[in-house]
Design a protein around this ligand. Sequence first.
Ligand code: PEP
Ligand code: MN
Length: 355
Amino acid sequence: MTASTRGESMVVVMAPEATQENIDNVVGLVRSAGGEAFVSRGVSRTIIGLVGDVNDFDVLNLGSRNGVLQVMRVSAPYKLVSREHHPARSVIRVGGMPIGPDTLSVIAGPCAVETPEQTLAAARMAMDAGASLLRGGAFKPRTSPYSYQGLGEEGLKILADVRAETGLPVVTEVIDPGTVDMVASYADMLQIGARNMQNFALLQAVGRVGKPVLLKRGFSATIEEWLSAAEYIAQRGNLDIVLCERGIRTFETATRNTLDISAVPVVQRLSHLPVIIDPSHSGGRRDLVLPLTRAAIAVGADGVIIDVHPEPKAAQCDGDQALVASDIRGIADVVTILSPIMGRTPTMPAAGRIH
Ligand code: PEP
Ligand code: MN
């Protein structure tokens, strides 16, 4: 690689009508020039990220090949998730539920799956809050090894049962590359937590599995580091990524983390991926969840992910930030009132579900 092209790379944007043969042809040409090509299929188009010396790719005349819409040199550390070559903001579908620029998604549920009864009760609270997706951790990435670590696969089975009962698709965290396939066999969306945002083996593993991913921002990660982490997932073929701002660590101790509200418009300018806010883990306090939810919708977030618990005092983790039944109406009202002002339709659970 010459000095002038160090750090530069190329992206090939395929036309919507491009065939598999067209894609294979581009990949073959890149490989024959000594490069590597990573194919990422989005909902509306396929993008191929090239790794290698861009001078070698220049001579391939990729722009004139069948099915190729555009070839771009990019110098940013992330390309496939960048808005530069993908001006339209993406819509990601999770179990049929859209997350994107025209809707407002509420994801809610317990921090941790503890029992079938607790999870079902929390799922009902989530539906009352207007949630279209159920969250719940079966593998908990705890700061202390002595804290509750989650039920593991048993917890995933509970989530699957609650999905069958309520119809809510399930978002759950995966913390180990070795269990990605197993977790994906139960989940509708895989969550990568703040503590694992730069676990590159894990990012690549969820990139290969073909399920939507919720990528939380590391608590000391810059936006560039966060988008670069998303690029690891995209590079392995999965562009169905939703970003989640969950607060960053600052000098302030009054709150658990400091919600970086400006991350939403900054990310939306840099990336085509949806971005949601976690008002529960950022504030770490029940009384802050409603005001931070208002702020999230007003700043233009594509959704919120909220902890709820039928009995927070008995919760195995994060009880202080879990909403109780009497808080739920407030969330539902804020979503209903503010979403249309922001030009969004709340994503509601499908009709006819058991509640
Ligand atoms: C969670 O959502 O349960 C969680 C552990 O969040 P974070 O990774 O943002 O701390
Ligand atoms: Mn939590």
